[in-house]
Ligand binder design. Structure first.
Ligand code: MSP
Length: 589
């Protein structure tokens, strides 16, 4: 909730200034794309789903910009942060594999009252606390192999400078004004509530349960109400702008209640970016935070800056990824700010659901987070890629919350990775070693492919590849993984049906055996290419032992990429391991 009944009548227009700001310099904030009208968003959306002649959607010609939320430095990293970052990472890797020019942004959100208070409690400067905790998040990204291109911190000088420039521009455009507000304030969340909403909540914070306080203050306001119609049209006309659809319905419901202007400055603390030319006010942390998506690529610094030259082409963002609790900020406040700044809107906002534990929300008060130490124990035991795979296939990517369960980690690991993928790869590579000294043979005899009844491998793999790619495009990671797994399960079935070990005993079946094992390994290679965004390290092992093929994903998933004569080593990708207890500790006998 981020709402107030701003005293709009009392708005002071005195904030307008003629002095040029860096952001206003020669309209440098516009990246050359048309203003964000309804049509623009629709065109962008249509482009995104446009399909080429083949059934596989063409890689986008425009660059791809993927973001995670920037994480609060007053929290400790936990499974939720690792999850969103892993999802975004898999998506970024997939788009890179398709040959696209990808920029993947993550970082930390470092201002606000809570950081100031936590630092006070420890007797250190907010900056010191921010440095310490930002590093923890950055380390998580490295440990979990998150392939980010930049890690922005809202305390970066260039971010602070650009946020001020943007806010100044908003003032000049009369989208921000000085007004007085009297209402109910949730100190923990730094959010205001209207009388009616506060009453509905019994004047208690819906997050912490603490009493709201009556507060009156002079603030700068953003004219959110002015964008009511455009925001309604944005969501009504672009069902893919905010996904999953449950979130879109929720936002449309809230929009239909009518929008109020929102305060965008605070005077009760200092740890923030100062309002332009008014040292009494700091810019509200959410405005500061949302703008990271455009400051990281230099848009507010204008054409003369190196950052702008290198990165401005990435705007508008292709995909903002986050969890559902912040979809309001990303799908209502953020587009309105961009409209006011005359910048194009992001193509898509995806707000997934939550990881929960034993059916209950994870929270500080319950102390039931799957914290980083616990995640790390699982990672050490099962391996990083196995945990990435578990998060991807069992995670709350859609509207349903997902329960973190150690039993499921073990089941998914054993069934999908050890018994299916690992087993199939080791069986196939073992047979190639046993029968052909580790050298892949050809599937052709006298210039013709040797085929087996009902086993049209090129058609089978193409169908799964199309499904996996459509799923990746939609960020449906469980379905993408399932399509790859279908190929692997088909290989198992194929081996059962064709019985290569019997062929091996019959000299007249030499060509069939060669083709059979070629087809097993070629199908597995294609599955491995599809799994690479989820398990980059394990698939690198596959690459070292078998070869994944060269070129873009489209090239590598074509049947026939595996060359006869290739030397393969016997691969054991996933060792069998015991399950762990709920905390990721070894189970005591
Ligand atoms: N600083 C803001 C975001 C500003 S973005 C301009 C913030 N930070 S946060 O540290 O609280 O991170 C919230 C995000 O962490 C969620 O949106 C989600 O991506 C991730 N998760 C936090 N808890 C989660 C779960 N329990 N489950 C899944 N993801 C969750 O909000």
């Amino acid at each position: 909730m981020f709402v107030s009944s701003a005293a709009r009548g009392a708005a002071s227009r005195g904030a307008r200034r003629a002095v040029a700001t860096p952001g206003a310099r020669g309209k440098s904030v516009a990246v050359g794309a048309p203003a964000p009208t309804r049509a623009t968003v629709m065109r962008a959306t249509t482009r995104a789903v446009a399909r080429g002649a083949s059934a596989i959607a063409r890689a986008s010609a425009r660059p791809t910009f993927v973001t995670t939320p920037i994480y609060y430095v007053n929290d400790q990293p936990h499974i939720g942060h690792v999850y969103t970052s892993t999802v975004a990472d898999a998506y970024a890797r997939y788009r890179r594999a398709r040959g696209e020019d990808v920029f993947f942004l993550t970082g930390t959100d470092e201002h606000g009252l809570k950081v100031e208070q936590s630092a006070d409690k420890r007797g250190i400067e907010p900056r010191a606390l921010a440095d310490e905790n930002s590093k923890k998040f950055r380390d998580v990204m490295t440990t979990y192999d998150i392939s980010f291109d930049d890690f922005i911190r809202t305390t970066d000088a260039h971010h602070e400078r650009q946020v001020q420039a943007f806010v100044k521009l908003l003032q000049e455009r009369d989208a921000v004004y000085l007004g007085r507000f009297e209402g109910w304030y949730d100190e923990g969340q730094e959010e205001y509530y209207t009388e009616s909403k506060a009453k509905e909540l019994d004047y208690k914070s819906p997050i912490s349960g603490k009493d709201m306080v009556r507060s009156s203050e002079e603030n700068y306001y953003f004219r959110l109400s002015k964008f009511q119609k455009e925001l309604e049209a944005l969501h009504a006309d672009n069902p893919e702008f905010l996904t999953p659809s449950a979130r879109r319905n929720e936002m449309m419901g809230r929009l239909s209640e009518g929008l109020n202007d929102v305060p965008i400055s605070r005077t009760n603390f200092k740890w923030g970016i100062q309002m332009p030319d008014d040292e009494k006010h700091v810019i509200y942390v959410w405005i500061d935070a949302l703008m990271n998506y455009i400051t990281a690529i230099g848009i507010g610094d204008g054409k003369d800056s190196a950052l702008y030259t290198d990165r401005s082409k990435y705007w508008p963002a292709s995909m903002h990824i986050m969890a559902k609790e912040i979809s309001w900020f990303h799908s209502v406040i953020w587009p309105a700010l961009l409209m006011a700044l005359d910048l194009p809107l992001p193509q898509r906002v995806h707000a997934h659901a939550f990881w929960i534990r034993e059916g209950r929300k994870m929270s500080k008060s319950l102390g039931n987070f799957v914290d980083l130490a616990c995640m790390d124990r699982f990672k050490e035991h099962y391996g990083l890629d196995a945990m990435r795979y578990y998060l991807a296939v069992e995670g709350p990517i859609g509207a349903q919350d997902a329960n973190f369960s150690t039993d499921r980690v073990q089941e998914v690991y054993s069934s999908d990775l050890v018994n299916t993928l690992g087993n199939s790869v080791s069986r196939t590579t073992a047979m190639i070693n046993k029968y052909f000294g580790g050298e892949v043979q050809s599937e052709e005899k006298d210039g013709e492919r040797v085929t087996f009844d009902n086993w049209d491998w090129p058609a089978r793999t193409t169908a799964q590849v199309e499904d996996a790619m459509a799923a990746y495009d939609k960020l449906d990671l469980p379905r993408a993984a399932a399509a790859a797994k279908n190929i692997v399960m088909d290989v198992d079935l194929f081996i059962t049906e064709t019985e290569p070990f019997r062929m091996a005993k019959d000299e007249t079946k030499r060509a069939e055996l060669e083709a059979c094992l070629y087809q097993c390994l070629e199908a597995l290679r294609i599955a491995a290419v599809l799994l690479e965004p989820l398990m980059p390290n394990k698939m690198a092992e596959f690459d070292a032992g078998v070869g994944l093929g060269a070129g873009s994903l489209e090239e590598r998933i074509r049947w026939g990429g595996l060359k006869a004569g290739t030397k393969v080593t016997k691969l054991a990708l996933f060792p069998r391991v015991e399950g762990l207890d709920e905390n990721g500790e070894a189970v005591k006998a």
